[in-house]
Ligand binder design. Structure first.
Ligand SMILES: Cc1cc2nc3c(=O)[nH]c(=O)nc-3n(C[C@H](O)[C@H](O)[C@H](O)COP(=O)(O)OP(=O)(O)OC[C@H]3O[C@@H](n4cnc5c(N)ncnc54)[C@H](O)[C@@H]3O)c2cc1C
Ligand code: SF4
Ligand code: SF4
Length: 946
C-alpha cells in the first residue's frame, strides 16, 4: 500500500461546523467538560515544542465514557482529535486543529500491589506525584524524564519517554504490563502481552479487525522488521514493530509494545498497569569535570562498569550557556559528567563505589576532584541545573532561542565524543551557538542550537542542520533520529528516511488499519508535511520556553487541571496579539499573585507580573474605594477599632451568615466569586493597635532614627491581635535590638493585585522615605518582605529606583535576622516531650529567597520535633485577599495542604505570613495549631526566663 493513502485522508472541518463542535460535545458530555472560548483555545494552542495550532474545542474528560464519546464524535465527522496530558512534549504532538482531549482530570492511582510491584494508574497523574505516592510503599516508577515535575503518565506512555535513569530502569515500554485503549471505533481494548494460544487473544482477534491485520503484518514481515531494527540502545522513532516481533518469537502478541510510543495516533489510554521497582536505599550523585572532551568517550565504558543508574553529559558550550560560575563549574572544564550510583542495601556499599569512581576518574585530566553528594538536598542541587537545562537556555539571548529540531539523536555510547566533536565543528561552521547534553550512557544526545527563526539566514541554517545532522547520525553513526522525545511533527518528515520505504509502508498500514478515518492525531509520526509547517514564529521571539514548569507549582492549575487556568496558559493569553481584558477577564482575575511561577521559572519569566500589568489596565473600582479609605491610616484605624470592640457580637455563626448575605452585592464589585464566607476564620481585630501598644518605639517626627533597625510591621501585625507583631518585637529585643516602628503604609501587595499600581506607588514612596535612615528593615510578613524587595521593579526606570534598590538590600525577614545575629539568647532546656512542628513555606517568602532560615530555626527549638511536611512549598490558597475574592477555589487549594499536614502528623504548623495563617486556620479546621515562626521563637526564649 502506498503511504499516500494515509497522507491524503480527508480531515475536514467546515467553517460552519466548527462552532457546532463544542455545542455538540457539550450536549453529550455536559457543559463543564467542554470549552471553546478564546482564552482556552489560545492556551491549548501550544505545547513545549516550536509549533502552534489553534484547536476548535477542548474536552476535559473525567471518565472512559467521556473518552469514548469524544472519539466516536470526532471519528464519525473526520475531525482531528489530539489527546493531551501535560503538553510538555518537544515535538508538537499535543496540539492540533480539531479537538484537544485533555486527560489531566483522570489522575488517580487506582490499585497498587506492593508484593508484586505493580500499579493501575490513570493517564493524568503527574510523574512526580505518582512517585510521591509510591514512595510511601518504598516503590518507584523507573522511567524519569527530566520533565518529571510536570509531565503526566499519558504523555510518557504515548511518547515512550525515558530519562537519565533509563540506564538502569529502561524506557516506558520496558515498564508497562497493560493498557486500556480506546480504539477509533470507541470500543475498549485491554492491551496486554497475550499468548497466541490464549482464548482471550483469540476472542480479541475475532472482535477487532485491526488486531488481525497487525498479526498477519508482523508474521509476514518479521524478517524485514528485524533487518531494520535500529542498532542502538534506545529508539522511539516509528511504531515499535520490533517489540511485536520479539513477542512473536516468544509466542506472544505483545500489544503494549505497539501502543507505547504511538503518540496518540492509534488509540487513547484511560489507564495503564505499570511495573514498579524498589526505591534505592541510598544514592550518590557526582559531578566529574573533564579537561579534554576525548577523555569523556574513553571514561564512559569504564564508568559503566560500575553499573551507574544514570550517566549524563554536558558539553563545554552548554556549561558556558547556563553559566559556569553560577553552578560552580570550573572555567576550564571541556565537559562535565553527572553520574549516579544506587545502593540496594545501605550507604556503606556506596562509599566503596565512590572510591572506585574517583579512582577511574583520576586516570584522566580533571579540572578538579569529583564533587560527590550523598545528601538528598545536595544531590537535588546537582541535578537542578541539568533538569532545567532547556528552558534555562531561554535566558541566553532575547532573539536567539533554543530550537528543538535535531534534539534527540542516539548513537552507540562509545562514539558520543566523536558525535559531540562532529556537532561542535558543524555548528562552529554555521556560527551557531549550541548546547549538547544528554544521556551519554545510552548514547542519547540532546542537541539544542540557538537560533532566531524569524531571521532568514538562521531559518536556512535550521533546515540545513535538520537534514545534514540527521543524515550523518543515520549514515556515519548508524544511529537513530529519536531516542525518547517522539517523532511528533518535527521528525515525521524523516521517519521514512530512517527506516526506508518498505518498513515505512508497514507503519502506514498499521496507522491505516487502526485509524482508517485518519482522525487520531493527524500530522504526527506518519506524515509527509515538512517539519517547518506550523512553526510559531511569534512565540519564538518571546521569553517563555512553554516548558510548563510553572504549571507544576501553580495552585490554580492544580485544582482546575485545565491549561486556560494555568501559569503557562496565562503567559500565552496575556501576551497574545488578540488579547483583550474583556475576552480574558475570567482567567486574568483567577491568578492568586502567589509568585510560585516566578520562583520556579528557569527562563526568568514572571507570569504573575505580566498578569498584574494587565490588571493595571483595568483597576477594580470597588477595591480602589477600599484602598483609598485604607490609605487614610487614622480614619481606617478608627473604623477597625470600632469593629474590634464589637467583634464578639458580629463574629458569630448566625451574624456571619447574615453579613455574608448582606455584603454580597458589594462584594460582587470585587469579583463575581467574592464573598465573606461564614466559614472564613477571621483573625481577632486589635482594640489597641500594635503602634498604640509600643508608643516608646515610635520615632519622633523629623528626628534622626533612634535605632539602626526598623520594624516594618505591615497592616496585619498592626491591626490584628494575633501575637505576631509582639513576637517579632520580643525576639528583636532578645537579640539586643530595640527597633523603631517608623510611620508606614501598606507595602502595596494587595493594592497592586487589584490593578491600582499608582496607589501602591504612592504608599511605597512614603515607605521609601520613612525607612531611608535604617541599616536594617526587619519584616515579619512574607508579602511585605517580597514587596519591599520588589520596589525596584515597581519603580523601574523612575527616579525612585535607586532608593528602592538601596532599601531592597536592607530588607531582612525576622528569620534571616535571627540566623545572622551574633547574639544567641538562651532558650529553654531540651524537653522530654516534644511537639511536632511542620513549616508551611509562604510563597512570597520563597520568592524573596528565604527558605532555609525558618526551617533551621524551628529545627533548633527545644521542645520541637521538626517534621518536613509534604508539599511544604506549595501555595495554601490564601494569597492576601484571594480567600475573599474566590473563597470556593481557595478552599479547593488548601485541601492539598490539609492532607499534607495530616500526613506529617504535625500538631503545630508554623509559617511567616498573616494571610497564610488565616487560610491555614480556616482550611485545617483545628486539625493543627497555626503559629508564626517568631511566636515559637518567643515562646522558647521566654520559657528560659521562667
Ligand atoms: C524541560 C523538559 C525536559 C524534558 N526531558 C525529557 C526527558 O528527559 N526524557 C523524555 O523522554 N522526554 C523529556 N521531555 C519531553 C516530555 O516531557 C516527555 O515526552 C513527556 O513524557 C510528555 O508528557 P506530557 O504529559 O507532557 O505529554 P503531552 O505533551 O501532553 O503528550 C505527549 C504525547 O502523548 C499523547 N498522549 C497524551 N495522553 C495520552 C493518552 N491518554 N492516550 C494517548 N495518547 C496520549 C499526546 O497526544 C502526545 O502525542 C522534556 C520536556 C521538557 C519541556
Ligand atoms: S513561564 Fe517559565 S516555567 Fe512557565 S512555561 Fe514559560 S519558561 Fe516555563
Ligand atoms: S502567581 Fe501563582 S496563581 Fe498566578 S500564575 Fe503564578 S503560580 Fe499561578
Amino acid at each position: 500500500m502506498s503511504d499516500q493513502s494515509i497522507m491524503a485522508a480527508p480531515i475536514l472541518i467546515l467553517p460552519e461546523r466548527s462552532h457546532a463542535i463544542a455545542s455538540d460535545l457539550r450536549a453529550t458530555l455536559g457543559v463543564d467538560k467542554v470549552k471553546d472560548d478564546y482564552s482556552t483555545l489560545t492556551a491549548y494552542a501550544v505545547d513545549a515544542s516550536i509549533y502552534r495550532m489553534m484547536p476548535k474545542a477542548v474536552v476535559l474528560v473525567e471518565s472512559e465514557e467521556d473518552i469514548a464519546a469524544t472519539v466516536r464524535y470526532a471519528v464519525e465527522r473526520g475531525i482531528p482529535l489530539t489527546p493531551r496530558a501535560a503538553g510538555t512534549n518537544l515535538t508538537g504532538s499535543a496540539i492540533g486543529a480539531g479537538i484537544i482531549l485533555d486527560v489531566s482530570r483522570l489522575n488517580r492511582v487506582l490499585e497498587l500491589n506492593r508484593e508484586e510491584r505493580w500499579a493501575r494508574v490513570q493517564p493524568g497523574i503527574v510523574l512526580a506525584e505518582l512517585n510521591k505516592q509510591l514512595a510511601r510503599d518504598g516503590l518507584l516508577f523507573g522511567p524519569d524524564p527530566s520533565s518529571g515535575d510536570m509531565c503526566k503518565l499519558g504523555g510518557m506512555l504515548a511518547n515512550n519517554s525515558s530519562g537519565p535513569h533509563t540506564l538502569r530502569y529502561g524506557s516506558v515500554k520496558d515498564n508497562v504490563e497493560a493498557l486500556r485503549v480506546c480504539l477509533q471505533s470507541g470500543d475498549w481494548l485491554d492491551a496486554r502481552a497475550y499468548g497466541f494460544d490464549d482464548p482471550v487473544c483469540a476472542d480479541l482477534l475475532k472482535t477487532h479487525r485491526p488486531l488481525r491485520d497487525l498479526q498477519s503484518l508482523i508474521q509476514e514481515n518479521a524478517p524485514l522488521i528485524e533487518q531494520k531494527r535500529p542498532a542502538v540502545s534506545k529508539n522511539s522513532c516509528g511504531y515499535n514493530l520490533f517489540g511485536l516481533v520479539d513477542g512473536l518469537a516468544r509466542g506472544r502478541f505483545d500489544l503494549p509494545k505497539l501502543f507505547v510510543g504511538s503518540e496518540g495516533t492509534l488509540g487513547l489510554f484511560s489507564e495503564a498497569t505499570i511495573k514498579l521497582v524498589e526505591k534505592p536505599q541510598a544514592t550518590l550523585t557526582a559531578l566529574i569535570h573533564f579537561h579534554r572532551l576525548e577523555d569523556v568517550g574513553d571514561a564512559v565504558p569504564k564508568l559503566l562498569e560500575l553499573r551507574p543508574s544514570a550517566l549524563e553529559v554536558m558539553d563545554a558550550n552548554t556549561l558556558n550557556l547556563i553559566g559556569r560560575a553560577k553552578h560552580g563549574i570550573p572555567a576550564d572544564a571541556a565537559a562535565t559528567l553527572l553520574i549516579e550510583l544506587d545502593a540496594e542495601v545501605s550507604q556503606t556499599d556506596l562509599r566503596a563505589q565512590a572510591e572506585r569512581m574517583t579512582e577511574i576518574s583520576r586516570r584522566y585530566r580533571l579540572t578538579s576532584d569529583p564533587v560527590i553528594a550523598f545528601d538528598p538536598e545536595q544531590r537535588d542541587q546537582l541535578w537542578k541545573a541539568r533538569k532545567a537545562l532547556y528552558p534555562t537556555l531561554y535566558r541566553f539571548d532575547s532573539r536567539k532561542k533554543p530550537i528543538n529540531f535535531v534534539d534527540d539523536v542516539v548513537v552507540p555510547a562509545d562514539r558520543i565524543s566523536e558525535l559531540i566533536r562532529y556537532l561542535g565543528e558543524f555548528f562552529a561552521g554555521q556560527r551557531v551557538p549550541v548546547a549538547i547534553f544528554g544521556h551519554i550512557g545510552n548514547g542519547n544526545a540532546h542537541i539544542i542550537p540557538l537560533l532566531d527563526v524569524n531571521d532568514q539566514g538562521d531559518f536556512k541554517k535550521m533546515v540545513q542542520g535538520y537534514h545534514e545532522i540527521h543524515q550523518t547520525v543515520l549514515g556515519r553513526f548508524g544511529g537513530s533520529i529519536c531516542g525518547e522525545h517522539g517523532d511528533g511533527r518535527v521528525r515525521a518528515e524523516y521517519v521514512k528516511t530512517m527506516f526506508g520505504q518498505d518498513l515505512y509502508n508497514l507503519f502506514v498500514r498499521v496507522k491505516q488499519s487502526f485509524d482508517p478515518s485518519g482522525a487520531l492525531n493527524p500530522g504526527i509520526k506518519i506524515s509527509d508535511r515538512p517539519f517547518t509547517d506550523h512553526i510559531d514564529y511569534e512565540r519564538l521571539s518571546k521569553p517563555c520556553a512553554t516548558c510548563a514548569k510553572c504549571n507544576a507549582v501553580c495552585p490554580v492549575y492544580d485544582v482546575f487541571q485545565s491549561e486556560d487556568m494555568s501559569s503557562r496558559g496565562w503567559f500565552e493569553i496575556v501576551t497574545d496579539k488578540n488579547y483583550s481584558y474583556l475576552n480574558s477577564k475570567r482567567v486574568v482575575e483567577a491568578c492568586l499573585n502567589c509568585k510560585s511561577c516566578r520562583t520556579a521559572c528557569p527562563a526568568g519569566v514572571d507570569v504573575s507580573q505580566l498578569i498584574l500589568d494587565r490588571r493595571v489596565e483595568h483597576p477594580n473600582p470597588t477595591a480602589g474605594a477600599i484602598f483609598y479609605y485604607h490609605a487614610q491610616t487614622a480614619r481606617f484605624g478608627r473604623f477597625l477599632k470600632f469593629l474590634a470592640r464589637y467583634q464578639s457580637l458580629w463574629d458569630r455563626p448566625l451574624m456571619r451568615r447574615l453579613i455574608d448575605h448582606l455584603t454580597k452585592p458589594f462584594m460582587r464589585g470585587l469579583a463575581e466569586t467574592a464573598r465573606l464566607s461564614p466559614q472564613l476564620v477571621l483573625p481577632r481585630l486589635a482594640q489597641r493597635h500594635l503602634r498604640d501598644r509600643y508608643p516608646e518605639l515610635i520615632p519622633q517626627a523629623k528626628r534622626e532614627p533612634r535605632s539602626p533597625v526598623a520594624y516594618f510591621h505591615g497592616c496585619a501585625a498592626n491591626y490584628f491581635h494575633d501575637g505576631v507583631g509582639d513576637a517579632v518585637i520580643a525576639v528583636l529585643r532578645k537579640h539586643g535590638v530595640e527597633p523603631d516602628l517608623p510611620p508606614q503604609r501598606c507595602s502595596g501587595t494587595p493594592i497592586e493585585t487589584y490593578g491600582h499600581r499608582a496607589l501602591a506607588k504612592e504608599g511605597a514612596r512614603v515607605n521609601l522615605a520613612s525607612m531611608a535612615g535604617y541599616k536594617k528593615v526587619v519584616t515579619g510578613c512574607a508579602s511585605c518582605t517580597l514587596m519591599l524587595k520588589d520596589y525596584p521593579t515597581l519603580f523601574a526606570g523612575e527616579p525612585e529606583q535607586a532608593a528602592a534598590q538601596a532599601l531592597a538590600k536592607r530588607v531582612t525577614h525576622i528569620s534571616e535576622f535571627v540566623a545572622q545575629s551574633s547574639v544567641k539568647p538562651t532558650m529553654a532546656s531540651q524537653q522530654s516531650t516534644k511537639c511536632k512542628v511542620a513549616y508551611h513555606s509562604s510563597c512570597h517568602l520563597r520568592a524573596a529567597g528565604v527558605t532555609k532560615e525558618p526551617r533551621a530555626i524551628l529545627a533548633g527549638l527545644p521542645g520541637v520535633e521538626y517534621v518536613e511536611m509534604p508539599d511544604a512549598d506549595r501555595c495554601a490558597g490564601g494569597a492576601g485577599t484571594y480567600l475573599v475574592k474566590d473563597f470556593e477555589t481557595s478552599q479547593r487549594i488548601v485541601e492539598r495542604k490539609r492532607r499534607a499536614v495530616e500526613q506529617s502528623g504535625a500538631e503545630v504548623v508554623a509559617t511567616s505570613c498573616p494571610a497564610c495563617m488565616i487560610q491555614l486556620r480556616t482550611g485545617l479546621q483545628g486539625a493543627a495549631e497555626v503559629k508564626h515562626v517568631a511566636q515559637l521563637l518567643q515562646e522558647a526564649y521566654e520559657a528560659a526566663d521562667r
